[in-house]
Design a protein around this ligand. Structure first.
Ligand SMILES: *Cc1c(COP(=O)(O)O)cnc(C)c1O
Length: 386
């Protein structure tokens, strides 16, 4: 028996992190200062995107992105049901309509075959955009998705909250990192404590599109600008204009300082997640009744989550909980949430996601999970399965 509870995910805060935050707290800027730009620059480099815009959380980042992509009331946007509700909610904030597209049974990502079906069955122009999610850290193949999107004139907003550092290898053999903006209009990341990089609350929007980048910056700060080149008039140095109905979705400088410090350890964290995943794989691959996560040869899975499928999921969940292991379920399919049912979605709309939901369980997965703790998790799962 272990003495403390083992969660499914948790942050790792070092003395260097604390030092970085304290230094910024004692500096001239608590917000709108130099740490924001430094974090944005470092993060853009990390994922290989041209631009990055720091925001107060990923939900705000998603709203910022769809606002900048000009989603309007009635616009239809295609979203995967196997995600956190925020991936879909952003469309609703703008009055748009969410159309759910079922997932692939192996990757648990939006199924491109079903996506194509959806597009073929409706008149061209029905949909405005697609929001795929790199679920659990598995990178969606956006090269493939972009071909479809281009054919139908759709934008792509990649919800990469689970996958900083994840990549797939494209047809020309190049690594395409999640959120790098090569095939998507924008990507969104979260720095919630259960995610790879923690800033408390926090997020980042990435893009390669300069126009979109300018809009993201404008909407992040009330729609207000002081940029002389874009002002309608200019009354002097103090003068600013509110040109759009924007928001205050800014991150603070002390959070950005924490983000910079965390980012410097991101690769080590990813490597540790791989180690943990490999060890789970080895322990469970030959166990009847456990389905381990699928990994294609051309992807580097970022393993935000390690999801297994079992027949008696409730039984295993309760058993682990009684043994202080807080496994978790990701997710109740979004289309089955009461709010989305109210909008006309129902059981049977996305059968693969619904079947997956009945059996999925996320086991503890975070860089500071010790070998001993992981062994205890493995032994507990195996004890239940016997
Ligand atoms: C965590 C998460 C979000 C929301 O992130 P916040 O920073 O908490 O707003 C959005 N989408 C996905 C897929 C997530 O996992």
């Amino acid at each position: 028996m272990i003495d403390k509870v083992i969660p499914y995910g948790r942050q790792c805060i070092t003395d260097e992190d604390v030092q970085a935050v304290v230094e910024t707290l004692r500096s001239d800027y608590l917000t709108q200062g130099p740490k924001i730009t430094e974090f944005e620059y470092a993060f853009a480099r990390y994922v290989g995107a041209k631009y990055a815009v720091a925001v107060n959380n990923a939900t705000a980042g998603l709203h910022l992105a769809v606002s900048s992509l000009a989603v309007k009331p009635g616009d239809k946007v295609i979203v995967t049901p196997m995600t956190f509700a925020a991936s879909a909610n952003c469309v609703r904030y703008c009055g748009g309509e969410v159309v759910f597209c079922d997932i692939d049974k192996d990757t648990y990502l939006m199924d491109v075959v079903k996506l194509r079906q959806l597009l073929v069955e409706n008149p061209k122009g029905t949909f405005k955009g697609i929001i795929p999610v790199d679920f659990a850290g598995y990178p969606q193949n956006l090269e493939e998705l972009k071909e479809i999107a281009d054919e139908y004139g759709l934008w792509i907003l990649e919800d990469a909250c689970h996958a900083p550092g994840g990549y797939f290898v494209d047809r020309s053999g190049e690594r395409q990192y999640c959120g790098n903006g090569r095939f998507a209009n924008a990507g969104v990341f979260s720095f919630h404590p259960v995610k790879h990089i923690a800033t408390g609350e926090g997020g980042m929007v990435t893009t390669n599109d300069e126009e979109l980048y300018k809009k993201l910056c404008l909407y992040r700060t009330h729609g207000i600008t002081k940029d002389p080149t874009s002002l309608h008039e200019n009354h002097g140095g103090w003068y600013y204009e509110m040109q759009q109905l924007g928001f205050n979705y800014r991150m603070t400088d002390f959070q950005a300082a924490l983000g910079i410090s965390q980012l410097s350890r991101a690769d080590a964290g990813l490597a540790r997640r791989q180690e943990i995943a490999n060890r789970y794989d080895e322990a469970f691959q030959d166990i009847q009744g456990i389905k381990i996560p699928y990994r294609a040869g051309n992807v580097y899975h970022a393993f935000h989550l390690y999801v297994i499928q079992v027949e008696d999921r409730l039984g295993l969940y309760n058993y682990l909980r009684a043994n202080k292991i807080l496994a978790q379920v990701h997710y109740v399919p979004v289309h089955l949430q009461p709010y989305y049912r109210e909008l006309g979605n129902k059981s049977g709309d996305c059968p693969v996601a619904e079947e997956y939901y009945k059996h999925c369980l996320s086991l503890p997965m975070y860089p500071t999970l010790t070998d001993e703790e992981q062994q205890y998790v493995i032994d507990s799962v195996l004890a239940f399965m016997q």
